[in-house]
Ligand binder design. Structure first.
Ligand code: UDP
Length: 150
C-alpha cells in the first residue's frame, strides 16, 4: 500500500468545501491515515513549495497558503498517489475536467482548492514535512476487503 500527502487549501476551508471534498476520497475507498487542521508557517510553506521558488507566482502562492487554515492529510491505498492526483484534477481551470475537485469547484490556477503529491519522492518528502511518524495512524479499515478483493 502506498501513501500520499494531500491538503485542502485555504480557499477550500473558507468556501465550506471540506465535507464535499473529503467525501469524494472516502467514497472512492481511500483510507485516511492522518489529518491535521492547521495554519502553515512561512517556513513550512517555503519548504513545501521549494520547487517553485523564483517563479512568478511564488510570492502570491506563499501568501495564499499561509493566509488561513488548511487541512493536511495522508491517504493510503493502492496506487494512491496517481489516484488522488486524478481526483484532484489538473492545475489550470480550463484543463481540470468535470468530476475532479478542481474541475467541479475551481475557476482559478492559484485558488484551486487542493494539493496532491505528484510522485513517490514528493509524497515521502511532503508527508514528513507535515507529520511526525506517530501522527500517521496504522489501523485496519474494515471496508478494505470490499474495496480490494484480492
Ligand atoms: N500555481 C499558481 N500559478 C501557476 C501555477 C501554479 O498560482 O501558474 C499554484 C497553484 O495553487 C498550484 C501550486 O501553485 O496548485 C503548485 O503548482 P504545481 O504546478 O505544483 O501544481 P499542482 O501540482 O498543485 O497541480
Amino acid at each position: 500500500m502506498e501513501k500520499t500527502f494531500s491538503m485542502i487549501k485555504p480557499d477550500g476551508i473558507q468556501r465550506g468545501l471540506v465535507g464535499e471534498i473529503l467525501q469524494r476520497f472516502e467514497k472512492k475507498g481511500i483510507k485516511i491515515a492522518a489529518m491535521k487542521f492547521m495554519m502553515i508557517s512561512r517556513e513550512l510553506a517555503e519548504k513545501h513549495y521549494t520547487a517553485h521558488k523564483g517563479k512568478v507566482f511564488y510570492d502570491d502562492l506563499i501568501r495564499f497558503i499561509t493566509s488561513s487554515p488548511v487541512l493536511a492529510m495522508v491517504f493510503e491505498g493502492e496506487d494512491v498517489i496517481n489516484i488522488v492526483r486524478k481526483l484532484a484534477g489538473a492545475t489550470s481551470p480550463e484543463a481540470a475536467l468535470p468530476g475532479t475537485v478542481r474541475g467541479d469547484y475551481s475557476l482559478d490556477v492559484e485558488y484551486n482548492l487542493i494539493h496532491a503529491s505528484d510522485s513517490k519522492e514528493s509524497a515521502e518528502r511532503e508527508i514528513s514535512l507535515f507529520f511526525r511518524e506517530e501522527e500517521i495512524i496504522n489501523y485496519e479499515l474494515i471496508t478494505a476487503k470490499w474495496v480490494y478483493p484480492k
